[in-house]
Design a binder for this molecule. Structure first.
Ligand code: ADP
Ligand code: MG
Length: 238
C-alpha cells in the first residue's frame, strides 16, 4: 500500500447468518483505495450494503473475508479494543441516527472522544466550544439532545466527529433526516470542515447532488460495486 493511501479495502465480503441457518452475503468482494485528502461518495439502493461497508471501513465491525487498511494499519484482524484505539486516533463517524448520549449536554457529547482518551481538560473544552460555535450551536452548549432539533443534533454529532481531528471522516446519510435548508447547511459544514482540516471524507448518501460534490462515486448494488466513477475537478468543492 502506498504511504498516501488513507483507506485501502481489498476483496471485502460480509456474510450474515440468516434465520434458518442460511447465509446472507451483503457485501461481495468490494475493493477500492482512497488517497489521503480525497472524498468518496457511496451510493446505491436501500439494502445494497452501504452502511455495512462504511462500518467495516471505520473498524466498527469485522469483515467475513477481505482486508481493510486504515491510515496504514490493517484493522480487519484486530481485536475490538485495538480497533477502538485506531478509531479513536484516526476516525470521525457521523451516524445516520446521530447516536448522541441523551444524559450528556451538547458540550459533553462533543467531549466524549477526548474523555475516552483521558484528555478532557480546559483546552479540550475550549476546542469543543469552538467546534460547537463552528456548527452554529455556540449558544446551545448546555442543552441536552432532547432539547435540540434533529438538525441541531446532527450538527452536534458532526462537531463530535471533528473533536479528535480525524484523518478520515465517515458520514452515513448525513442529510437523510434533515429538511432542505438544514440539509444544505449540513453539507456546507461537512465540506467546509473537510477542506479546512484536510480530512479524507467518505459519505453514504441517497442524494446525487451531494454525491457529485465528492471526487469519486462508488455505486453498490446487491453488495457489489457496479461502478466506480472519478468526477471532473470542476464538480467538487475540495
Ligand atoms: P444500506 O445501508 O445500503 O441500506 P445495509 O448495509 O444497512 O444497507 O444492509 C445491507 C443488507 O444487510 C440488508 O439486506 C440488511 O438487512 C442486511 N443486514 C445488515 N445488518 C445485518 C445484521 N446484523 N444481520 C443480518 N442482516 C443484516
Ligand atoms: Mg444504510
Amino acid at each position: 500500500m502506498s504511504v498516501q493511501s488513507m483507506l485501502n479495502v481489498q476483496r471485502l465480503t460480509k456474510t450474515y447468518q440468516a434465520a434458518g441457518g442460511r447465509d446472507l452475503t451483503v457485501l461481495k468482494e468490494v475493493s477500492f483505495s482512497l488517497a489521503a485528502g480525497a472524498s468518496l461518495a457511496i451510493v446505491g439502493p436501500s439494502g445494497s450494503g452501504k452502511t455495512t461497508l462504511l462500518g467495516l471501513c471505520a473498524g466498527l465491525d469485522q469483515p467475513t473475508t477481505g482486508t481493510v487498511e486504515l491510515a496504514g494499519e490493517s484493522i480487519g484482524a484486530l481485536s475490538e479494543d485495538a480497533r477502538a484505539r485506531v478509531r479513536n486516533l484516526h476516525v470521525g463517524f457521523v451516524f445516520q441516527n446521530f447516536q448522541l448520549v441523551p444524559t450528556l449536554t451538547a458540550l459533553e457529547n462533543v467531549m466524549v472522544p477526548v474523555e475516552l482518551r483521558g484528555q478532557g481538560g480546559a483546552e479540550a473544552e475550549a476546542e469543543a466550544q469552538r467546534l460547537l460555535g463552528r456548527v452554529g450551536l455556540g449558544e446551545r452548549t448546555d442543552h441536552y439532545p432532547v432539547q435540540l432539533s434533529g438538525g441541531e443534533q446532527q450538527r452536534v454529532a458532526l462537531a463530535r466527529a471533528f473533536m479528535n481531528r480525524p484523518k478520515i471522516l465517515f458520514c452515513d446519510e448525513p442529510t437523510g433526516n434533515l429538511d432542505g435548508d438544514t440539509a444544505h447547511a449540513m453539507v456546507e459544514l461537512i465540506f467546509g470542515l473537510n477542506h479546512e482540516k484536510q480530512t479524507t471524507l467518505v459519505l453514504v448518501t441517497h442524494d446525487l447532488d451531494l454525491a457529485r460534490r465528492c471526487q469519486r462515486i462508488l455505486r453498490l448494488k446487491g453488495g457489489a460495486v457496479v461502478s466506480d466513477e472519478e468526477l471532473a475537478p470542476a464538480n467538487h468543492t475540495n
